[in-house]
Ligand binder design. Sequence first.
Ligand code: GSH
Length: 350
Amino acid sequence: MSDRVDPPMDPVKPAPGEPVLDRLPAETELDELRAPDDTVLGAGQVGEQVIKCNRSGSCPLFARLDNRFGLCPHCPRACRGNRAVSRRMCCGSAAILSSMTTRRLFTIPISHYCEKARWALDRAGVPYTEVSHLQGFHLIASKWAGGTGTTPVLVTQDAGVLGESADVVAYANRHGPPELGLYGDGPGDREEIFALQRDFDEDLGPHGRLWMYHHLLDRPDLAKKYGCTGVPEWERRALPPLFGVMGRFISRKLGVNPDAAVESEKRVDATFDRVAERLADGRPYLVGERFSAADLAFAALAGAVLMPPQWGIPLPSPDELPPVAAAKVRELREHPAGRFALRMFEQERS
Ligand SMILES: N[C@@H](CCC(=O)N[C@@H](CS)C(=O)NCC(=O)O)C(=O)O
Protein backbone atom coordinates (compact mmCIF):
# COMPACT_ATOMS: atom_id res chain seq x y z
CA MET A 1 0.00 0.00 0.00
CA SER A 2 1.98 3.01 1.15
CA ASP A 3 5.21 1.17 0.53
CA ARG A 4 4.59 0.80 -3.16
CA VAL A 5 7.09 2.25 -5.59
CA ASP A 6 5.24 4.83 -7.62
CA PRO A 7 4.96 3.91 -11.27
CA PRO A 8 6.05 6.41 -13.90
CA MET A 9 3.85 9.33 -14.86
CA ASP A 10 0.48 8.39 -16.30
CA PRO A 11 -1.71 10.76 -18.25
CA VAL A 12 -4.88 11.85 -16.47
CA LYS A 13 -7.93 10.79 -18.43
CA PRO A 14 -11.11 12.83 -18.51
CA ALA A 15 -14.36 11.25 -17.34
CA PRO A 16 -16.65 9.47 -19.80
CA GLY A 17 -18.49 12.00 -21.89
CA GLU A 18 -16.35 14.71 -20.44
CA PRO A 19 -15.77 17.21 -23.19
CA VAL A 20 -12.56 18.71 -21.91
CA LEU A 21 -9.52 19.73 -23.80
CA ASP A 22 -7.51 18.13 -26.53
CA ARG A 23 -5.33 16.89 -23.76
CA LEU A 24 -4.67 18.04 -20.26
CA PRO A 25 -1.84 20.48 -19.91
CA ALA A 26 1.46 19.33 -18.60
CA GLU A 27 2.79 21.09 -15.55
CA THR A 28 5.02 23.20 -17.74
CA GLU A 29 2.06 24.53 -19.66
CA LEU A 30 0.37 25.52 -16.44
CA ASP A 31 3.30 27.76 -15.80
CA GLU A 32 2.28 29.85 -18.74
CA LEU A 33 -1.25 30.64 -17.68
CA ARG A 34 -1.94 34.24 -16.98
CA ALA A 35 -4.17 36.19 -14.63
CA PRO A 36 -6.40 39.08 -15.80
CA ASP A 37 -3.63 41.58 -15.30
CA ASP A 38 -1.44 39.43 -17.53
CA THR A 39 0.80 38.28 -14.74
CA VAL A 40 1.93 34.73 -15.15
CA LEU A 41 0.32 32.25 -12.79
CA GLY A 42 2.39 29.42 -11.42
CA ALA A 43 1.10 25.86 -11.50
CA GLY A 44 0.34 26.00 -7.79
CA GLN A 45 -1.84 29.04 -8.26
CA VAL A 46 -4.17 27.69 -10.87
CA GLY A 47 -5.36 24.51 -9.14
CA GLU A 48 -8.91 25.30 -8.09
CA GLN A 49 -9.00 28.99 -8.84
CA VAL A 50 -11.38 31.00 -10.84
CA ILE A 51 -9.50 33.51 -12.93
CA LYS A 52 -10.46 35.96 -15.58
CA CYS A 53 -9.30 35.08 -18.99
CA ASN A 54 -7.03 37.55 -20.64
CA ARG A 55 -8.03 36.41 -24.12
CA SER A 56 -11.71 37.15 -24.18
CA GLY A 57 -14.04 35.13 -26.34
CA SER A 58 -11.55 32.44 -27.00
CA CYS A 59 -12.95 29.26 -25.65
CA PRO A 60 -11.49 26.62 -27.91
CA LEU A 61 -13.52 23.57 -27.05
CA PHE A 62 -16.51 22.76 -24.92
CA ALA A 63 -14.49 23.85 -21.92
CA ARG A 64 -15.99 21.56 -19.40
CA LEU A 65 -15.41 23.36 -16.19
CA ASP A 66 -15.43 22.16 -12.63
CA ASN A 67 -17.32 18.99 -13.64
CA ARG A 68 -20.57 20.83 -13.48
CA PHE A 69 -21.12 22.32 -16.86
CA GLY A 70 -21.55 20.33 -20.01
CA LEU A 71 -20.54 23.34 -22.01
CA CYS A 72 -18.68 26.48 -21.27
CA PRO A 73 -21.23 28.52 -19.29
CA HIS A 74 -20.20 31.76 -20.90
CA CYS A 75 -19.85 31.05 -24.56
CA PRO A 76 -21.09 27.56 -25.31
CA ARG A 77 -21.24 27.85 -29.06
CA ALA A 78 -19.58 30.98 -30.22
CA CYS A 79 -16.06 29.93 -29.56
CA ARG A 80 -16.18 26.22 -30.30
CA GLY A 81 -13.41 25.27 -32.57
CA ASN A 82 -11.55 28.52 -32.34
CA ARG A 83 -8.07 27.11 -32.53
CA ALA A 84 -6.38 30.46 -32.97
CA VAL A 85 -6.00 30.75 -29.27
CA SER A 86 -2.94 29.55 -27.55
CA ARG A 87 -4.39 29.50 -24.04
CA ARG A 88 -6.66 26.53 -24.52
CA MET A 89 -8.33 26.75 -21.15
CA CYS A 90 -9.98 30.07 -21.40
CA CYS A 91 -13.52 31.06 -22.07
CA GLY A 92 -15.22 34.38 -22.59
CA SER A 93 -15.01 35.90 -19.19
CA ALA A 94 -14.10 33.45 -16.47
CA ALA A 95 -12.47 30.09 -16.44
CA ILE A 96 -12.84 27.68 -13.60
CA LEU A 97 -9.62 25.85 -13.86
CA SER A 98 -10.25 22.90 -11.67
CA SER A 99 -10.25 20.66 -14.72
CA MET A 100 -6.56 21.38 -14.86
CA THR A 101 -5.66 19.97 -11.51
CA THR A 102 -3.58 16.93 -12.06
CA ARG A 103 -5.48 14.56 -9.78
CA ARG A 104 -9.03 13.38 -10.34
CA LEU A 105 -11.07 11.73 -7.65
CA PHE A 106 -13.96 9.73 -9.09
CA THR A 107 -16.72 9.40 -6.52
CA ILE A 108 -20.26 8.58 -5.67
CA PRO A 109 -20.59 11.83 -3.73
CA ILE A 110 -22.60 10.43 -0.84
CA SER A 111 -20.45 7.30 -0.41
CA HIS A 112 -18.62 6.86 2.87
CA TYR A 113 -15.56 5.28 1.21
CA CYS A 114 -15.41 8.35 -1.00
CA GLU A 115 -15.72 10.62 2.01
CA LYS A 116 -12.78 8.76 3.52
CA ALA A 117 -10.65 9.50 0.46
CA ARG A 118 -11.83 13.11 0.24
CA TRP A 119 -11.13 13.71 3.91
CA ALA A 120 -7.59 12.32 3.60
CA LEU A 121 -6.79 14.43 0.56
CA ASP A 122 -8.34 17.55 2.08
CA ARG A 123 -6.45 17.03 5.31
CA ALA A 124 -3.18 16.56 3.47
CA GLY A 125 -3.83 19.69 1.42
CA VAL A 126 -3.48 17.68 -1.78
CA PRO A 127 -5.41 19.42 -4.59
CA TYR A 128 -7.74 17.30 -6.70
CA THR A 129 -10.79 17.60 -8.86
CA GLU A 130 -13.75 15.52 -7.81
CA VAL A 131 -15.65 13.81 -10.62
CA SER A 132 -18.96 12.68 -9.12
CA HIS A 133 -21.46 10.21 -10.47
CA LEU A 134 -24.62 8.61 -9.21
CA GLN A 135 -24.75 4.96 -8.23
CA GLY A 136 -24.78 2.80 -11.34
CA PHE A 137 -23.14 5.45 -13.51
CA HIS A 138 -20.15 5.24 -11.19
CA LEU A 139 -19.43 1.74 -12.54
CA ILE A 140 -18.64 3.08 -15.99
CA ALA A 141 -16.70 6.03 -14.60
CA SER A 142 -14.66 3.84 -12.26
CA LYS A 143 -13.75 1.28 -14.91
CA TRP A 144 -13.07 3.95 -17.46
CA ALA A 145 -10.71 5.67 -15.03
CA GLY A 146 -8.85 2.42 -14.51
CA GLY A 147 -10.60 1.23 -11.34
CA THR A 148 -12.42 -2.02 -10.73
CA GLY A 149 -15.94 -0.62 -10.75
CA THR A 150 -15.99 0.78 -7.24
CA THR A 151 -15.35 4.30 -6.07
CA PRO A 152 -13.31 6.14 -4.96
CA VAL A 153 -10.76 6.02 -7.74
CA LEU A 154 -7.96 8.54 -7.65
CA VAL A 155 -6.19 9.10 -10.95
CA THR A 156 -2.79 10.65 -10.46
CA GLN A 157 0.14 11.56 -12.63
CA ASP A 158 2.74 10.33 -10.20
CA ALA A 159 1.25 7.14 -8.76
CA GLY A 160 -1.08 5.87 -11.45
CA VAL A 161 -4.63 4.84 -10.62
CA LEU A 162 -5.59 4.14 -7.00
CA GLY A 163 -8.83 2.19 -6.75
CA GLU A 164 -8.97 1.55 -3.01
CA SER A 165 -9.77 4.19 -0.43
CA ALA A 166 -6.93 2.90 1.77
CA ASP A 167 -4.48 3.55 -1.06
CA VAL A 168 -5.81 7.07 -1.46
CA VAL A 169 -5.25 7.66 2.26
CA ALA A 170 -1.68 6.35 1.94
CA TYR A 171 -1.13 8.58 -1.09
CA ALA A 172 -2.45 11.61 0.82
CA ASN A 173 -0.12 10.78 3.68
CA ARG A 174 2.89 10.65 1.35
CA HIS A 175 1.99 13.94 -0.30
CA GLY A 176 0.92 15.83 2.79
CA PRO A 177 3.13 17.74 5.20
CA PRO A 178 5.51 15.61 7.30
CA GLU A 179 3.56 16.35 10.47
CA LEU A 180 0.42 14.74 9.00
CA GLY A 181 1.53 11.32 10.24
CA LEU A 182 -1.58 9.30 9.43
CA TYR A 183 0.26 6.07 10.31
CA GLY A 184 1.40 7.05 13.76
CA ASP A 185 4.78 7.44 15.32
CA GLY A 186 6.42 4.05 14.97
CA PRO A 187 6.18 0.55 13.50
CA GLY A 188 3.93 -0.63 16.36
CA ASP A 189 1.42 2.16 15.77
CA ARG A 190 1.58 1.60 12.08
CA GLU A 191 0.63 -2.06 12.27
CA GLU A 192 -2.20 -1.37 14.64
CA ILE A 193 -3.51 1.44 12.47
CA PHE A 194 -3.44 -0.74 9.35
CA ALA A 195 -5.21 -3.57 11.17
CA LEU A 196 -7.96 -1.27 12.45
CA GLN A 197 -8.36 0.39 9.09
CA ARG A 198 -8.70 -3.00 7.38
CA ASP A 199 -11.31 -4.08 9.90
CA PHE A 200 -13.38 -0.92 9.41
CA ASP A 201 -13.04 -1.14 5.62
CA GLU A 202 -14.18 -4.74 5.49
CA ASP A 203 -16.81 -4.82 8.22
CA LEU A 204 -18.19 -1.45 9.26
CA GLY A 205 -18.11 -0.05 5.71
CA PRO A 206 -20.30 -2.67 3.99
CA HIS A 207 -22.63 -3.22 6.97
CA GLY A 208 -23.27 0.46 7.63
CA ARG A 209 -23.97 0.97 3.94
CA LEU A 210 -26.37 -1.96 3.70
CA TRP A 211 -28.28 -0.75 6.75
CA MET A 212 -28.50 2.75 5.33
CA TYR A 213 -29.69 1.60 1.91
CA HIS A 214 -32.29 -0.66 3.47
CA HIS A 215 -33.87 2.34 5.16
CA LEU A 216 -33.46 4.89 2.38
CA LEU A 217 -33.98 3.02 -0.86
CA ASP A 218 -37.65 3.93 -0.93
CA ARG A 219 -36.99 7.63 -0.44
CA PRO A 220 -36.39 9.19 -3.87
CA ASP A 221 -36.91 12.62 -2.31
CA LEU A 222 -33.83 12.19 -0.10
CA ALA A 223 -31.81 10.70 -2.95
CA LYS A 224 -32.61 13.68 -5.11
CA LYS A 225 -31.96 16.23 -2.38
CA TYR A 226 -28.74 14.74 -1.00
CA GLY A 227 -27.37 12.15 -3.40
CA CYS A 228 -26.79 14.36 -6.39
CA THR A 229 -24.26 16.93 -5.20
CA GLY A 230 -21.81 17.57 -8.01
CA VAL A 231 -23.11 14.93 -10.42
CA PRO A 232 -23.72 15.88 -14.06
CA GLU A 233 -27.04 17.60 -14.63
CA TRP A 234 -28.27 14.87 -16.94
CA GLU A 235 -27.72 12.25 -14.23
CA ARG A 236 -29.63 14.39 -11.76
CA ARG A 237 -32.48 14.61 -14.23
CA ALA A 238 -32.33 10.88 -14.92
CA LEU A 239 -32.62 10.00 -11.24
CA PRO A 240 -36.41 10.24 -10.73
CA PRO A 241 -37.34 7.99 -13.68
CA LEU A 242 -34.47 5.61 -12.97
CA PHE A 243 -34.78 5.54 -9.19
CA GLY A 244 -36.63 2.20 -9.07
CA VAL A 245 -34.14 0.50 -11.40
CA MET A 246 -31.21 1.93 -9.48
CA GLY A 247 -32.71 0.74 -6.22
CA ARG A 248 -33.09 -2.79 -7.56
CA PHE A 249 -29.54 -2.70 -8.94
CA ILE A 250 -28.15 -1.64 -5.55
CA SER A 251 -30.29 -4.13 -3.61
CA ARG A 252 -29.22 -7.02 -5.80
CA LYS A 253 -25.57 -6.02 -5.83
CA LEU A 254 -25.30 -5.47 -2.10
CA GLY A 255 -27.84 -8.05 -0.96
CA VAL A 256 -30.13 -5.52 0.71
CA ASN A 257 -33.17 -7.14 2.36
CA PRO A 258 -34.81 -6.96 5.80
CA ASP A 259 -32.90 -9.92 7.29
CA ALA A 260 -29.58 -8.64 5.98
CA ALA A 261 -30.35 -5.21 7.43
CA VAL A 262 -30.96 -6.71 10.88
CA GLU A 263 -27.68 -8.60 10.66
CA SER A 264 -25.83 -5.50 9.44
CA GLU A 265 -27.21 -3.45 12.30
CA LYS A 266 -25.81 -6.02 14.73
CA ARG A 267 -22.43 -5.87 13.04
CA VAL A 268 -22.39 -2.08 13.22
CA ASP A 269 -23.33 -2.23 16.91
CA ALA A 270 -20.53 -4.73 17.53
CA THR A 271 -17.94 -2.47 15.87
CA PHE A 272 -19.18 0.50 17.85
CA ASP A 273 -18.88 -1.52 21.06
CA ARG A 274 -15.32 -2.62 20.22
CA VAL A 275 -14.32 0.96 19.48
CA ALA A 276 -15.92 2.16 22.69
CA GLU A 277 -14.00 -0.47 24.67
CA ARG A 278 -10.77 0.74 23.15
CA LEU A 279 -11.60 4.32 24.04
CA ALA A 280 -12.73 3.46 27.56
CA ASP A 281 -9.30 4.29 29.04
CA GLY A 282 -9.80 7.90 28.01
CA ARG A 283 -7.39 7.94 25.07
CA PRO A 284 -8.00 10.81 22.66
CA TYR A 285 -7.52 8.74 19.50
CA LEU A 286 -7.77 5.07 18.56
CA VAL A 287 -4.00 4.65 18.34
CA GLY A 288 -1.39 6.86 19.95
CA GLU A 289 -1.66 10.54 20.65
CA ARG A 290 -2.63 11.81 17.26
CA PHE A 291 -5.27 11.55 14.57
CA SER A 292 -4.49 8.60 12.31
CA ALA A 293 -5.83 6.65 9.35
CA ALA A 294 -7.67 4.43 11.86
CA ASP A 295 -9.65 7.38 13.27
CA LEU A 296 -10.29 8.62 9.77
CA ALA A 297 -11.53 5.22 8.56
CA PHE A 298 -13.78 4.70 11.58
CA ALA A 299 -15.32 8.17 11.50
CA ALA A 300 -15.83 8.25 7.74
CA LEU A 301 -17.29 4.75 7.49
CA ALA A 302 -19.47 5.29 10.56
CA GLY A 303 -20.87 8.23 8.61
CA ALA A 304 -23.42 5.94 6.94
CA VAL A 305 -25.15 5.47 10.30
CA LEU A 306 -24.31 8.82 11.93
CA MET A 307 -24.79 11.25 9.04
CA PRO A 308 -22.49 13.90 10.46
CA PRO A 309 -23.12 17.53 9.56
CA GLN A 310 -19.44 18.05 8.62
CA TRP A 311 -19.53 15.48 5.79
CA GLY A 312 -17.95 16.59 2.49
CA ILE A 313 -21.44 17.14 1.11
CA PRO A 314 -24.71 17.88 2.95
CA LEU A 315 -26.47 14.85 4.46
CA PRO A 316 -30.02 14.51 5.78
CA SER A 317 -30.63 15.32 9.42
CA PRO A 318 -32.25 12.61 11.56
CA ASP A 319 -35.54 14.54 11.43
CA GLU A 320 -35.75 13.90 7.70
CA LEU A 321 -35.19 10.14 7.96
CA PRO A 322 -37.84 7.45 8.33
CA PRO A 323 -38.63 7.13 12.08
CA VAL A 324 -36.93 3.75 12.61
CA ALA A 325 -33.72 4.92 10.92
CA ALA A 326 -33.84 8.26 12.73
CA ALA A 327 -34.10 6.50 16.09
CA LYS A 328 -31.05 4.35 15.29
CA VAL A 329 -29.01 7.31 14.09
CA ARG A 330 -29.84 9.18 17.30
CA GLU A 331 -28.99 6.14 19.40
CA LEU A 332 -25.63 5.67 17.70
CA ARG A 333 -24.82 9.36 17.93
CA GLU A 334 -25.11 8.97 21.71
CA HIS A 335 -22.99 5.81 21.80
CA PRO A 336 -19.43 6.53 23.06
CA ALA A 337 -18.02 5.42 19.69
CA GLY A 338 -20.55 7.56 17.88
CA ARG A 339 -19.66 10.56 20.02
CA PHE A 340 -16.01 9.88 19.23
CA ALA A 341 -16.67 9.76 15.46
CA LEU A 342 -18.65 12.99 15.62
CA ARG A 343 -15.82 14.59 17.58
CA MET A 344 -13.37 13.50 14.87
CA PHE A 345 -15.54 15.22 12.27
CA GLU A 346 -15.78 18.37 14.37
CA GLN A 347 -12.10 18.55 15.29
CA GLU A 348 -10.30 16.99 12.38
CA ARG A 349 -12.45 17.57 9.30
CA SER A 350 -11.95 21.23 8.61
N1 GSH B 1 -12.64 -1.50 -0.66
C1 GSH B 1 -13.13 -0.40 -1.43
C2 GSH B 1 -14.62 -0.34 -1.30
C3 GSH B 1 -15.21 0.76 -2.15
C4 GSH B 1 -16.71 0.64 -2.30
O1 GSH B 1 -17.34 -0.38 -1.95
N2 GSH B 1 -17.26 1.71 -2.82
C5 GSH B 1 -18.65 1.76 -3.04
C6 GSH B 1 -19.18 3.13 -2.80
S1 GSH B 1 -19.69 3.23 -1.13
C7 GSH B 1 -18.98 1.39 -4.41
O2 GSH B 1 -18.31 1.75 -5.34
N3 GSH B 1 -20.06 0.66 -4.49
C8 GSH B 1 -20.61 0.28 -5.71
C9 GSH B 1 -20.18 -1.05 -6.19
O3 GSH B 1 -19.56 -1.81 -5.43
O4 GSH B 1 -20.50 -1.31 -7.34
C10 GSH B 1 -12.46 0.89 -0.96
O5 GSH B 1 -12.10 0.97 0.21
O6 GSH B 1 -12.29 1.80 -1.78
